[in-house]
Ligand binder design. Sequence first.
Ligand code: BTN
Length: 235
Amino acid sequence: MSGFHVVKFKQIDSTNNYLKNSYKLLDNFTFVTADYQTNGKGRNDRVWSSNEGENLMFSFLIKDQDLLKKFHALSIISAVEVAKLLEEYQFTGVSIKWPNDVLINEKKVCGILLEGQILEYVVVGIGLNVNQKVFPDGLRRPATSLSLEANKDFNIDEIEQKLFSNIVRDLSNLDEEQYLEYFRNHNYLLNKRVKVMVNDEPFIGEVLGIDANYFLQIKTSDMLLHIDSGEIEIL
Ligand code: BTN
């Protein structure tokens, strides 16, 4: 298995920002963790807030050229890695809301934010709610944590070690078919009626699945859409 480095911070603005600012000096598979982020970032310019020391927050850097060509795959692959680990911990009701929210019993337990520059680098940022028990009101979708779902606390360092080594092992020897199959078996949106915006135009349809390029397939009344990114609203 390829090696990897881990840089740990007690507090930082955002582990994604750290890697984006320093990627030139750092190796492929550099992992950065923080107990607390002062400017945690979510998708679509949202804030990712997380209580200090209660959750796993990290980012890892990809510079390997073969992996960089698979930007869309990396988003799904990262979610599948988290979901598979949760099943290793015997969680049931694990699903993935395309492209990369991981849910337990339909509540969000993990969010993932990919940033980077095409064919130069990708930063994958992952926030997994582990021991947090209270979440702010008014979240877009109900949140949960491992501890709320299992009624016990978890060792964050142990989860971190397992997840990092699984990610490095699997990305060093990528088997894309397995990821597609896993995703298809855990696709939260499957058969749901959804609304999606494409170039500022709303489309309503039913989710059929994901194609071999990891695009979401939505059947509207008169066409089959293949969506590569965007917000999906369940109706
Ligand atoms: C989302 O669901 O909106 C994505 C959330 C991603 C949060 C993680 S926490 C570690 C990394 N650093 C950040 O600033 N964001 C990601």
